[in-house]
Structure formats: C-alpha cells, structure tokens
Design a protein around this ligand. Structure first.
Ligand SMILES: Cc1cc2nc3c(=O)[nH]c(=O)nc-3n(C[C@H](O)[C@H](O)[C@H](O)COP(=O)(O)OP(=O)(O)OC[C@H]3O[C@@H](n4cnc5c(N)ncnc54)[C@H](O)[C@@H]3O)c2cc1C
Length: 227
C-alpha cells in the first residue's frame, strides 16, 4: 500500500478545451511545489463524495511557470472521475498529493504515445525545447482519428522534433498517417536500437510495443495508462 503524502487543496484558475475530449486545467501551484518533467500526482476533487477518489494525472506545465497545468482526457459516458473533471470550472478546487516518478528522461530518442499517454512527453519535450533543443528527438503519436491528436500544432512547431502521426481508425486522414504502430511499422522506423525509447499509452499498446522493441534489441522505458 502506498502511504498518502501531503495533500494540497488548490483552485482551478482556468479550464479550456485542447481537443473534443481533452481539457486543459490551469491550477494554483502550492508554495515550493516542484516536480521533474514526466512526473504525475494523484488528483481528487474537493467536493463531497469525491475527495477520496484520487487518480493519477501528469503535470504538463514546467516548474518555471507560475501555475500547474494538467491535460486530461474526459470519459463522459462513464460515471468516473474524469466525467466530473469535465464539469469543473474556474473557482472549483482540486486536491493534489505530492509528485512521484513515472517516466524518466534519459536523453534524446523516440517517444511513442497512444492517446492521453502523450502527457508525460508534453512535459518532457516542452522542457527540452526550452532548455537545449530537440535534435534527435522523435515523437510517434497514435490516435484513433486525426481530431484526437493532442497539441499537434505545438509539437510541429518545436524545432528539431520529428513528428510521426499515426491514425488507426480514420479513413478521411491522409493515407500516409493511417496504420498501426505494429511490428512492421517499428521495423520500418527503427534504424538504431541502441537509442532511448519511451512508450506510454493504453496497456495493450504498451505491452505489444515493449515486447517488439525488446525483441529488436532495444531497452524501452514504458508506462501504462490502463485506458
Ligand atoms: C501515472 C499515470 C499518469 C496519468 N496521467 C494522465 C494525464 O496526464 N492525462 C490523462 O488524461 N490521463 C492520465 N492518466 C490516466 C488517467 O488516470 C485515467 O484516464 C483516469 O484515472 C480515468 O478515470 P475515470 O474515473 O474517469 O475513469 P475510470 O472509471 O477509471 O474508467 C476509465 C476507463 O473506462 C472506460 N470507459 C469509458 N466509458 C465507459 C463506459 N461507458 N463503460 C465502461 N467503461 C468505460 C475507458 O475506456 C477507460 O478505460 C494517467 C495514468 C497514470 C497511471
């Protein structure tokens, strides 16, 4: 069992859409609160009946920012935490615990994400972009449809970052984007198996990609979001 750390009650400063089902929450940052890009914390809602229901979400802000930011995929049809988060507005309050590690940045390499699994990479790539540039960094981002792609314009504008968009279920997307991040795809895209690989997304996707990369001689860092 994980011991519960300090909790912080913070106000939502702004809630805005990122895609049709992803929201950005800008929230107050507790004094002295710091994290490493890629880290997450448990988040609850400061409302009767919800305070103890805390789920992990990743900081997508940088320490240099005045506020914290979360980028959250909402599942509106399911009576869970994110459906409630989808209804929150500026002035509502969240409960945050202390930051803890998820994916560790070890240097340039290939980042493979599915859906909201891109959130640790938002933080890591924003931080690298601000600090030293993104030469040698590649983002392979798989989604069901083109409109699901989170922060596409921001990623495409990051100098040095190579972006590969993959859509699995969208006939209207350009043909070169359509496909799956499967064995064939990885064989075509991985020239160097000694580079760093970071994988984050739904559990079946992460399991498959991890085992294919391992078979190819790579040592991927992987994080499961259990979507
Ligand atoms: C370390 C870590 C960091 C994370 N960071 C982020 C982040 O930054 N952003 C983010 O968006 N997510 C993140 N996640 C995932 C996030 O924690 C979950 O998406 C969230 O907890 C879901 O909570 P929920 O109560 O809304 O849904 P839950 O009750 O947990 O259920 C969500 C699941 O229900 C399924 N579902 C949807 N509709 C229905 C339905 N009608 N009936 C049955 N099942 C349904 C969904 O496919 C999904 O698998 C992270 C996960 C981990 C482990």
């Amino acid at each position: 069992m994980r011991l519960q750390g300090m909790t912080h009650t913070v106000e939502i400063l702004e809630a805005s859409p990122v895609t049709h089902n992803v929201r950005r929450l800008r929230v107050e940052k507790p004094d002295g609160y710091r994290f490493t890009p890629g880290q997450a914390t448990l988040v609850g809602i400061d409302r009767d009946g919800w305070r103890e229901e805390r789920h992990p979400f990743t900081f997508t802000s940088l320490n240099e920012w005045d506020d914290l930011e979360f980028t959250i995929k909402i599942y509106p049809d399911h009576d869970g935490l994110t459906a409630r988060i989808g209804e929150l507005a500026a002035g509502d309050r969240l409960i945050l615990e202390d930051p803890w590690g998820t994916i560790n940045y070890k240097g340039p390499g290939t980042f493979i994400a599915g859906g909201a699994g891109v959130t640790p990479f938002i933080a890591i790539l924003r931080a690298r972009n601000a600090e030293g540039g993104l030469a040698g960094h590649r983002l392979i981002f798989a989604n069901k449809t083109e409109r699901d792609i989170i922060l596409r314009e921001e990623f495409e504008a990051m100098p040095g970052l190579e972006c590969v968009w993959v859509v699995t279920d969208d006939d209207s997307a350009p043909e070169h984007m359509q496909g799956f991040v499967d064995r064939d795809f990885l064989k075509r895209h991985v020239e160097d198996n000694t580079q760093n690989f970071y994988v984050c997304g739904p559990d079946d996707m992460v399991d498959d990609i991890k085992s294919i990369l391992t078979e190819m001689g790579a040592e991927p860092d992987a994080l499961t979001f259990e979507e």
